[in-house]
Design a protein around this ligand. Structure first.
Ligand code: HEM
Length: 411
């Protein structure tokens, strides 16, 4: 295997899951590796420039914690290139800001996602998880992804931002279109993700108008009326935040849930151990699931000046892309990194990112995973996968689209 064999911009490279063997090779032989762009005439999925591939844990941390050198704003946090108009709009999003703007914005939204706030939501999250399982428990079989994994994050995000029940499907469709845009199943028209983002953006604007006129205690309303050091979010910033939450809060937790089922099914002795004492082993199992199969495979930064990583020259404006699944299996940090071990300790994975942009929803995601797994595994203990999972065609999200499961129906 040699670096030129792989095309990391191409979703086909991830068709059978993350290519761990290739990344083990990169960590060993070329930890700062130049991925050449697609040749003229070949499909490039809007990734028109080459990029640096960062595969080692230490380097991912270095890049993520140095926003002055590696900017999220200059070329956004996404690997693909965008039209000027989209670039301009996207730069208002929290995900794509650098300090000091990022610090102000994050300070405002952090308040809604503290561990204390999430703890307060626990009874509601668990109540929703119970209803999700109620809907399938008597059936004896279902599609794990759409019927069990997708529902809870969707309900929760809509509830947090105050989206009415009847509009929930719209959010599901828009976020699929934006995240899964390289998958022909979600439409292979390159205009689809932009169109979905614009529709969601306009929808957010209308919702904001309603909440401005009639304040309530939803997150959305608090953000619109809230102030930090006398500064408020502008309407555009607010709309971008809605778009970010709808996408970041949906696909990620959904896929972590599905990947968890897949990993436990593939490791029956670990599954048995988990079920032998859910309270004891579930927290560790959740960390190990997101370490082994991070739903987000990469994010991008852009170098703000000529610099070096591990002695390799990086030029100003070069794209630098960090790969979370690879860092999580770095042999220098994790013992037996390819082994799925729910008792792993310590488990300092980087699946939620690190540094300035550390995942805002990490506490919420952990809480959702706890509630849904507890509900599923205590009520449907013999649940098992009966069909090869169908994977999302993407170089960005390690997603599962469909995975049939069977279980003894609940009486
Ligand atoms: C298992 C679930 C999740 C995973 C693996 C995940 C992963 C990530 C990662 C890797 C980042 C870092 C981005 C970067 O460095 O550029 C991030 C940021 C972010 N995540 Fe998550 N996420 C998850 C769930 C959620 C949820 C449930 C929400 C919202 C409710 C959320 C909202 C966000 C936001 C708003 C950011 C941007 C933070 C910033 O730029 O300051 N995420 N997430």
């Amino acid at each position: 295997m040699s670096p030129k064999d792989m095309k990391l911009y191409h979703p086909a490279t991830f068709e059978r899951g993350f290519p761990h063997e290739y990344f083990a090779y990169l960590r060993r032989e070329a930890p700062v590796h130049w991925q050449a762009p697609a040749a003229a005439g070949e499909p490039n999925f809007d990734i028109t420039k080459g990029f640096w591939v960062i595969s080692k844990y230490e380097d991912l941390v270095y890049v993520s914690k140095n926003p002055k050198l590696f900017s999220s704003w200059r070329g956004l946090a996404f690997l693909w290139e965008m039209e000027e108009e989209m670039l301009h709009l996207q730069r208002l999003s929290l995900l794509n800001l650098d300090p000091p703007e990022h610090v102000r914005y994050r300070g405002l939204v952090n308040r809604a996602f503290t561990p204390r706030m999430v703890k307060m939501l626990e009874p509601r999250i668990c109540q929703h998880a119970k209803r999700v399982v109620d809907a399938v428990a008597k059936k004896g079989s279902c599609d794990f992804v759409t019927e069990l994994a997708a529902e809870l994050p969707l309900i929760l995000i809509c509830e947090l931002v105050g989206i009415p029940d009847e509009d929930r499907r719209k959010i599901f469709t828009w976020s699929n279109a934006m995240i899964g845009h390289t998958d022909p199943e979600y439409g292979d028209d390159p205009a689809i993700p932009t169109q979905a983002a614009m529709e969601l953006y306009l929808y957010a604007g209308e919702l904001a108008q309603q909440k401005l006129a009639n304040p309530d205690d939803t997150l959305i309303s608090k953000l619109l009326h809230g102030e930090v050091e006398g500064v408020k979010l502008t309407t555009d910033e607010f709309n971008q935040f809605m778009v970010l939450l709808s996408v970041a809060g949906n696909e990620t937790t959904r896929n972590a849930t599905s990947q968890g089922m897949r990993l436990l099914d593939a490791n029956p002795e670990q599954f048995e151990l988990l079920k032998s004492d859910l309270d004891r082993y579930l927290p560790g199992a959740i960390e190990e699931i997101v370490r082994c199969a991070p739903p987000v495979m990469q994010f991008r930064r852009t170098a703000t000046q000529d610099t070096q990583i591990r002695g390799v020259d990086i030029r100003e404006n070069d794209k630098v892309v960090v790969y979370y699944p690879s860092a999580n299996r770095d042999e220098d940090v994790f013992t037996n990194p390819d082994v799925f071990d729910i008792r792993r300790s310590p488990n300092n994975h980087v699946s939620f990112g690190i540094g300035e942009h550390f995942c805002l929803g990490a506490n919420l995601a952990r809480m959702q995973l706890t509630c849904i797994f507890r509900e599923i595994f205590s009520r449907l203990p013999d649940i098992h996968v009966v069909q090869q999972p169908r994977l999302l065609y993407s170089s960005f999200i390690d997603g599962i689209k469909e995975m049939r499961v069977e279980f003894t129906p609940e009486r």
